[in-house]
Unconditional design. Structure first.
Lengths: 76, 363, 335
């Protein structure tokens, strides 16, 4: 029930932001996330940014997956 | 695509699957509440990589599937009023009401427009001052704040021709009703990731505390879902029951306070009819008195005609995970994606549609 | 010439003649005006391929093309998919009164370009004008004729277990280019429709191998629908690998945003070929040398069917799932 995608905030024009995902640009509303800054990643649902994406947590999670993959390799 | 593609890497999946297989001893059943999770699980064949001890069942988290026939009939009746432009998110159009669907009614001349965003509906109202725009407000806590924002925007613009027909529903009361009904024994809940982005993981505390069921908030990429299942298995094996966040990049404990505030400004909770689950107290949203002029329910006199439920359809049981789509006598026979009988087969997130599309007639 | 198309332009009188002679004839090649009889006379030898199509696309102008280019390419490609050399086309218009003449001119120029590139001659046609509201700007109908060289037998029924499945390029370009211009779905992208005539590509492929069993262009309903039609026609199981299917970043991103599966999004300049395994490499090389096949890739292969013919996708995770035919319209989903 939640088709939402991560996108990069390229510019902000009032309560709207131009975000980019895979080369596509879209104007989204920042009414739910007024604290957003250029350079942030946001999660976009039906043309609204619903949350700011925590990039550090994203990297941390990926590192965890790498560790698990290495552990599985060694365990073989 | 940054922060999406990395979480689909097949080469990393093996590591998470190994972790799950190593830890999992007792047979467990986890429910994914959210329709988008059901789609992802089937699209990536997640069930095939899980050990035999882990079973997943699909819950009623598909806003379209749980919209009652009587609500659909209301929308259809509204669309037929001269001078009304009905704005709707796309997937609602094909759902059959008691007699017909929005799609059929559009083919007969009703002005029904597919919108991708609530903002689009506001724009249509602005561009068509002589017509009355009604936006079908469907969705859970992920979408409701966007509708609230659109209503506030319409207020700021002084629009007098914009209303919302609220079908919005809340997840925690529905999950509570499901658990109280006791029809399905769950060892864990895969919590909806984007609903949680709004509500915060705190919304699920009552499930862990009052029902002793492990809860983990999951993202929607295949690695996210496997990660969530890994954490649920760990809790189940250790006899724990707490709320954890696997989707840490998107969800915090307290959620999006601004969005919650927007929702509370415009909406208040009310009882709501869920297809297959009856009336669940405080599980719906309606517009507050202060926003009455944006409420289609109050602004229009809607005469939908008698409600009729489809014969033989067990959507209700499927939504409550009491039955699976393949248990339905109509599945794959008279009820197919081309000729759907119930909402679960029409919605692209419905269990029956998903089973059919990705698993074929045999499920 | 007036600014807009009027009912009189379709009535067969003076204005209609002016339209045909001044606007339509100069734009399309292939007919000697002195021989403007009621039917075109052509001589053919051997097996003939014959196709017809109607084009009702909205918007009529889209990034990368228009309804005219689409009509020529669509007809050309239908013929090519039987291994035929496209030769002649008919071109009929149903115009909504009020269409700007400048729009019609643009579309005719497009048709001229596309027909030139494909090497197809437009030899007969018709023009009708209907009242405002009785058509959506412009509808185009075509019929096409081509000849099939001796020895060429290309049909979905020829597909065998063991065949390799080759796709000529990225999926979903056309559908997403169209959607990017639709009301309410506007997103900024440089993405163009892939609308293109594929007959030269097919000639190159047939030149490289006698063992091309089937060709099909995955238009409405996308690659998934086409693969399903073919597996049903041949009673086989078609297995494709998700990671091998070429897709542009922008298309993938747009599909994510809209909740669409790119396997179901329309293409207008791509083909899928089923080739005996020993010739797959040769055919692939030939395709990659053609400008409409630079991103060609082997995406899967054909197997013996299970209980029923099916199309199976090996996902990024290495798991398998079924791919079914598209049902209804491809509507963006939010939930």
């Amino acid at each position: 029930m939640c088709v939402a995608v991560p996108a990069l905030v390229r510019s902000i024009e009032g309560e709207l932001a131009t975000v980019e995902l895979g080369g596509i640009n879209q104007q989204v509303s920042l009414r739910l996330t007024p604290e957003v800054k250029v350079g942030d990643y946001v999660i976009v649902h039906t043309g609204y940014a619903i949350n700011v994406l925590d990039q550090e947590e994203a990297e941390e999670t990926l590192r965890l997956f790498e560790q698990m993959a290495n552990a599985a390799e060694e365990g073989r | 695509m940054k922060y999406a593609s990395e979480f689909r890497q097949g080469k990393l999946a093996g590591g998470v699957v190994a972790s799950i297989s190593r830890a999992s001893r007792r047979p467990v059943t986890f429910m994914e509440f959210c329709g988008s999770h059901t789609v992802a699980i089937f699209r990536y064949g997640i069930r095939q990589v899980l050990p035999k001890t882990v079973t997943t069942v699909s819950g009623p988290g598909c806003p379209i599937c749980v919209t009652a026939n009587s609500d659909l009939d209301k929308a259809i009746a509204l669309a037929l009023i001269p001078g009304v432009i009905l704005a709707s998110f796309g997937d609602v159009l094909r759902v059959p009401g008691s007699k017909t669907s929005l799609q059929s009614v559009r083919a007969e001349g009703a002005d029904i427009r597919v919108v991708y965003s609530a903002m689009d509906a506001v724009r249509i109202a602005q561009q068509n001052p002589d017509q009355r725009v009604v936006l079908l407000g469907i969705g859970f806590e992920t979408t409701a704040p966007t509708i609230a924002a659109a209503i506030l925007q319409a207020e700021e613009m002084g629009l007098r021709n914009f209303t919302v027909l609220s079908w919005h529903k809340l997840c925690p009361p529905a999950i509570k009703a499901l658990l109280d009904a006791g029809d399905v024994a769950l060892d864990g809940l895969i919590c909806p990731g984007h609903v949680s982005a709004i509500t915060g993981a705190a919304a699920w505390e009552f499930i862990a505390q009052d029902y002793g069921i492990p809860c983990v908030v999951s993202g929607f990429e295949p690695l996210d879902i496997l990660h969530c299942i890994d954490m649920l298995v760990a809790q189940a094996e250790n006899g724990q029951a707490k709320v954890e966040i696997a989707y840490r990049r998107g969800v915090q404990q307290n959620g999006n306070v601004t969005a919650q505030h927007l929702m509370e400004t415009v909406f208040e909770s009310c009882d709501a009819d869920w297809r297959g689950m009856g009336t669940i107290p405080h599980s719906g949203l309606r517009l507050r008195e202060d926003y009455a002029r944006f409420d289609a329910d109050r602004e229009f006199t809607i005469v939908p005609g008698p409600t009729r439920e489809p014969q033989g359809c067990i959507c209700g049981d499927v939504l409550r995970a009491v039955k699976t789509p393949v248990d339905c006598p109509l599945f794959g026979k008279s009820c197919t994606p081309e000729t759907p009988v119930g909402a679960c087969m029409v919605s692209s997130e419905g269990s029956c549609f998903t089973y059919y599309l990705y698993g074929g007639k045999n499920g | 010439m007036a600014d807009t198309i009027l009912m009189a332009h379709g009535s067969g009188g003076k204005l209609a003649h002016r339209l045909v002679e001044d606007l339509i004839m100069p734009a399309i090649s292939g007919t000697d005006p002195a021989r403007l009889d009621d039917s075109a006379i052509i001589e053919l030898r051997g097996r003939m391929a014959f196709t017809t199509d109607s084009y009702v696309i909205d918007p009529i102008f889209f990034p990368g093309g228009d309804i005219g280019k689409l009509a020529v390419c669509g007809t050309t490609n239908d013929l090519s998919m039987s291994g035929a050399r496209p030769l002649y086309m008919s071109l009929s218009f149903i115009i909504e009164e009020g269409l700007p003449v400048s729009d019609l001119k643009r579309i005719l120029e497009s048709i001229h370009s596309a027909a030139d590139e494909a090497g197809v001659r437009i030899v007969t046609g018709d023009t009708k004008v209907v009242d405002h509201g009785n058509a959506d700007k412009l509808y185009v109908n075509t019929a096409g004729i081509g000849t099939i060289p001796t020895g060429v037998d290309i049909s979905g029924a020829n597909i065998r277990p063991g065949d390799k499945v080759i796709l000529s390029g990225t999926i979903g370009d056309h559908g997403i280019a169209i959607m990017s211009k639709r009301e309410g779905l506007q997103f900024g992208t440089n993405l163009l429709s892939d609308c293109a005539p594929l007959n030269k590509l097919v000639e190159d492929m047939i030149g490289a191998s006698d063992n091309i069993h089937a060709l099909r262009d995955p238009t409405r309903g996308g690659l998934a629908t086409t693969l399903n039609e073919l597996c049903l026609q041949s009673g086989t199981k078609v297995v494709v690998e998700e990671k091998k299917i070429p897709i542009r970043d922008e298309v993938a991103a747009a599909c994510e945003m809209l909740g669409l599966d790119p396997m179901y999004v329309a293409n207008e300049g791509k083909l899928v070929a089923f080739v005996t395994p020993s010739d797959a490499g040769k055919v692939l090389s030939a395709m990659r040398l053609n400008k409409y096949g630079t991103d060609s890739a082997i995406i899967g292969e054909v197997e013996e069917p299970d209980e029923a013919p099916s199309v199976v996708m090996k996902t990024l995770l290495g798991t398998s799932r079924l791919i079914d035919i598209l049902v209804g319209d491809l509507l963006p989903r939010i939930c």
